[in-house]
Ligand binder design. Sequence first.
Ligand code: BES
Ligand code: MN
Ligand code: MN
Length: 454
Amino acid sequence: MNYLDYIESRRAENLSELKEFLRIPSVSTKSEHKPDIERAARWVADRLRDAGFPQAEIIPTKMHPLVYAESLHAPGKPTILFYGHYDVQPPDPLNLWTSPPFEPTERGGNLYGRGTADDKGQVHIHLKALAALKNAEGKFPVNVKVIIEGEEEVGSVNLWDFVINNKNRLKADALVVSDTSMLARGVPSITYGLRGLNYYQVEITGAAQDLHSGVFGGAVPNPITILAETIARLHDKNFRVTVPGFYDDVAALSARERKALNSLPWKESTFRKTVGAPALCGEKGFTTVERLWTRPTLELNGIWGGYTDEGSKTVIPAKAFAKISTRLVPNQEPAKIAKLVERHIRKLLPKTVHCKFDLLSTGKPWVAAYTHPIFQKAIHALNKGFGKKAVFIREGGSIPFVTQMHDTFNVPCVLMGFGLPDENAHAPDEHISLDNYYGGIKSVAVFYSSLAQI
Ligand code: BES
Ligand code: MN
Ligand code: MN
């Protein structure tokens, strides 16, 4: 049986195995899920062993383990490094899920559950494509290295140590990643740009302890008011970030790229529907696609403080907090931007409060040429799986590892994503299209197979 027939014959088995993976609540940001993280790492290592990597190993890090495997039995053939992550974002708010997040459920041609699209479903696509090649053909067509980490959703903090200490071991001719989305249903896409991400936490302290708002109100600083005022001043009326120097290093878009990005088969009306807000907004002078993929932003991710429980409580809180992030684009330097943001916030704050400013994680932006012949192989493979020619897109999300690998090894990075823009990644009712899951396995198998000749 050839590998494509083999994949066809395994549809039901593959899907039920994916559900097993999705039932493990491997939430990397919550320490209560540590045992689940470890179970997920073991599950991945076991499946890699099934797929033809008998030496798959679980490598501990300062936080969550990563899984590494390699098969170097194709002398003279290229070496491909596949990267993915087995950790997921928290499923909250739970009451907004139609079916429970860790009980994968099929509905309307989709599979629902946390991690279906980001990224367990997409990792599983590669595991099953590789298993099919091995089982149907007896061996892999190329040399394959696989790294599947458990800290992507918390910034890949400890992954970099592993990469630096294993530079030779990780050497490859290309990096392959499936952790992105297609431009639209039925439009296979190759992502050649991602934004970077700095994540900050701000803690504003006024009084030494919470105070009765009647006894003290009117004569003492209120950190929530002060934080709200400060945050309100971080954008101007044209949605530009007011941090001095924020845009200084932003690379201008060439006329050619601007034209290419704006003429992709992408509809603003579909995007608006997916968003579901009464209207869209963004930086003046740029189209929505440009705002999402090519412009830096500053976003509030969370703001809290004081009393938020049932009923009322008259209190002037001692503290107020905010989680803020900046998405970065070439050629912004994350460390420099962090300094500028901190300096600006401190400058805006009155002398009545203290401010603690922490940089929680940082990741560089990535944009690369797609002229290497491997991209033609990717187009060909996606055509086999989806019957359509792939488009080249940039995306607004961040995958710190891609930039790190590209900077360190200067190899082509092929990002073939099988998610969709309305997949609800990080949100309730996350799902993957079953057509994309099955088409993905086929495409990826064709892709690996075609790489024997580059
Ligand atoms: N898979 C996403 C990144 C992504 C999503 C890229 C959609 C392109 C399109 C990844 O798991 C993710 O969520 N990354 C985080 C960054 C991380 C440092 C927490 C992000 O982009 O917020
Ligand atoms: Mn992801
Ligand atoms: Mn994610």
